[in-house]
Write a protein that binds this ligand. Structure first.
Ligand code: ADP
Length: 346
């Protein structure tokens, strides 16, 4: 018979449910290699709604094989029989199962990571928020001590009080910066269409005093309209312009902005003529608390650029810097042209 050597198992079953014929592949599949299958009852219901999946227990290795079964009508030796065709899909099923297990494991890991991130964000926010009140009270009492007892204490005691006042001020700045940083995720506002020039103008207003004091010359090309979180983008510009002024060289600061339209995004650049950065450190400065100077030379908390990166990444963009020591810096960042849903932090 033509189907004897067919790779797929094929059987013919009588109206009484007995196997009338089985090809080699069928004998193999049902592990009847040595014995005849013919004459034995076919132990599976023969539904006309095919294909159905059937399972066969392998006694030898205790595994389970899975096959897709099709049932057709056939005339066989004068009887109205069923023609059964099987397709071994064991490997396919195992792969599918492994794939599903991997996906489920990944989904669980992702959920756990999201949960722990959310907890961390909340923790950072609540910690910095709750530290503010006792610190305010410490700072208030030390200042009272300073103003009321200055004349009654010796120089050493007064110096220690002055230092305590300075340290509490630094701690207050640090906690405020940390609060701002953790709010990038906890206080998200919807993305709206905003003229970038408006954002820059708002940042100028906040920095007006230092711009006037240092005689900074700021120029910009025509800036586009973008889609984003207004308050966060003002913070971004405030930090970048603020740094361009703070890390100025001996010359008065010259700052220039421009934006270039690329395939899917706007690429912005804030360029300054300041002290510049050693190229070895240009990636690290975007990490929280990473600073290149002492508090005496340039005071700061090392959170500003980390905040910028977090804001830009939430907007679906990238931020980087090109610089050389003594030759100014160019901070670049991108913002997508089309609206992107805000990122969930991980
Ligand atoms: P902070 O200014 O509080 O130290 P930032 O995160 O804003 O924190 O900056 C990190 C470091 O990157 C700074 O300590 C400084 O060394 C360097 N930096 C940032 N902006 C500039 C700039 N425009 N020119 C030179 N160095 C800069």
């Amino acid at each position: 018979m033509l189907v004897s050597h067919n790779a797929d198992p094929i059987l013919v079953v009588s109206p009484q449910g007995q196997v009338k014929y089985a090809n080699f592949a069928a004998k193999d599949f049902f592990q009847f290699n040595q014995t005849s299958l013919e004459g034995l009852p076919f132990g599976y219901p023969l539904s006309t709604e095919t294909p159905v999946e059937i399972e066969v227990y392998n006694k030898a290795d205790k595994s389970i094989c899975v096959a897709e079964m099709r049932v057709d009508e056939v005339e066989w030796q004068g009887e109205h029989c069923k023609l059964i065709t099987l397709r071994d899909i064991t490997v396919h099923k195992q792969l599918e199962q492994n794939y599903q297990q991997t996906i489920t494991a990944l989904q669980h890991a992702n959920k756990a990571l999201e949960k722990s991130n959310l907890e961390l964000q909340q923790f950072a926010y609540l910690t910095s928020h709750n530290l503010q009140t006792p610190l305010r009270s410490i700072s208030g009492f030390i200042q009272l001590l300073q103003s009321n007892y200055q004349d009654k204490l010796d120089d050493q005691a007064n110096e220690w009080i002055n230092r305590s006042v300075e340290s509490t001020k630094k701690l207050q700045t640090l906690i405020l910066d940390l609060l701002t940083y953790s709010r990038v995720d906890t206080r998200q506002m919807p993305f709206l269409e905003i003229s970038f020039q408006t954002l820059v103008d708002e940042a100028f207003n906040v920095l007006e005093e230092s711009i006037t004091e240092t005689g900074a010359e700021i120029t910009c090309d025509k800036l586009p309209t973008v889609i984003g979180d207004h308050a966060q983008l003002v913070l971004l510009m405030q930090n970048l312009i603020g740094n361009a002024i703070k890390y100025r060289s001996k010359k008065p600061p010259k700052i220039h902005f421009f934006a270039e339209k690329q395939a899917n995004e706007w690429c912005f650049c804030v360029s300054d003529n300041g002290i510049g950065i050693n190229p070895q450190n240009t990636n690290k400065i975007f990490d929280v608390f990473y600073r290149l100077h002492t508090q005496q030379t340039y005071p700061g908390t090392g959170i500003g650029l980390a905040l910028c990166r977090r804001i830009i990444e939430r907007h679906g963009g990238r931020i980087w810097v090109k610089s050389q020591l003594g030759q100014g810096s160019q901070f670049y960042f991108t913002l997508p042209l089309k609206k992107e849903s805000p990122r969930v932090w991980c």
